[in-house]
Design a protein around this ligand. Structure first.
Ligand code: PZK
Length: 292
């Protein structure tokens, strides 16, 4: 991706919407690497667009969120490398917004867990009364808390394409029955543990997306970013209980401004300073609320 920052000692190999993936400059690609670097930018995306300008501090704050959750969920093997497992230094310029991780053989499954009925899940429920083949009770409303969290996987689409919701049975075809069950069980357990911790701190995690991979010893580890407000829907619990059932903790300011200033044709307008500043404050507030 043009514009990926040059990171001394590292070679850029892949771009996400708002993050970059690097291997040590001495290796050719991910397959030959013994360590990777995930660098989070300050870019914010909405409606599949990377918006301008970046939100100062976002990359560092979301990296802190992932680190916080990796620590809270210490009982789940993850892909973070300890300093003894690394050989390539991480430049100070990106250290606070990057994660030094071990290369895994990634499963091609986006492991989505939904605790609340919202977004594409609500849309599918309105059509079919179910989400990804999971039947739900009749009469649910947008934003309702589900009787219990549901696992609604998606097939990991190539960069720039939309992931495709698939059934659990399809994940069994993709990765085998045993691993499909492990991904499901791990995802549901991690979501439930994190959602309970967040709710104690006044924050609802409505849904989230995990990625997993296998390490060289065959152990399944949780990977990528974990429970960030880019991979999850975070709501304010008090606002939710008072009827505001779908406002994103961090992105709603941007969404509301775009709704009032952009007709969804062409590229979105540049965000005004006031929206940038209020959004940056919301990211900081989320970190403070969680104690991350
Ligand atoms: N995490 C992780 C990971 C790992 N531990 N081992 C092997 N591959 C990956 C891996 C491959 N793609 N992505 C997503 C991605 C794309 C672009 C930029 C990003 F920051 C992130 C993650």
């Amino acid at each position: 991706m043009s514009g990926a920052p040059v990171v001394e000692g590292w070679r850029h190999v892949s771009s996400g919407k708002v993050r970059e993936l690097y291997v040590p400059a001495s290796t050719a690609d991910v397959a030959g690497a013994t360590e990777l670097l995930l660098v989070a930018s300050d870019r914010v995306s909405a409606y599949d667009f990377a918006l301008e300008p970046p939100i100062p501090g976002k990359g560092e704050l979301l990296t802190r969120l992932s680190r916080f959750w990796f620590e809270q969920l210490g009982d789940v093997p993850n892909h973070l490398l300890t300093p003894s497992g690394t050989t390539t230094p991480v430049p100070d310029a990106v250290a606070a917004r990057s994660m030094h991780v071990m290369p895994l053989r990634m499963f091609p499954v986006e492991c989505v867990v939904r605790g609340y009925l919202v977004g594409s899940g609500w849309a599918e429920y309105q059509e079919t009364g179910s989400v990804c083949g999971v039947e739900l009770p009749a009469g649910l409303s947008d934003g309702d808390r589900l009787p219990e969290p549901i696992y609604t996987p998606a097939y990991k689409a190539p960069q720039g394409e939309h992931d495709e919701n698939i059934s659990f049975e399809r994940t069994e075809e993709l990765v085998g029955a045993a691993d499909a069950a492990s991904l499901r069980d791990l995802s549901l357990a991690v979501y439930s543990e994190a959602a309970a911790i967040a709710l104690q701190r006044g924050v609802v995690i409505a849904d989230t997306k995990f990625e997993f991979g296998r390490d060289a010893d065959g152990l399944i580890r949780i990977a990528d970013e974990v429970l960030t407000s880019d991979s999850s829907r975070y709501w304010d619990a008090v606002a939710y209980e008072s009827g505001n059932r779908t406002d994103s903790f961090d992105k709603q300011i941007v969404r509301d401004w775009l709704s009032a200033h952009w007709d969804r044709t062409g590229t979105p307008p540049v965000l005004p300073d006031e929206v940038v500043e209020r959004t940056a404050a919301r990211y900081r507030e989320l970190i403070e609320r969680l104690g991350a």
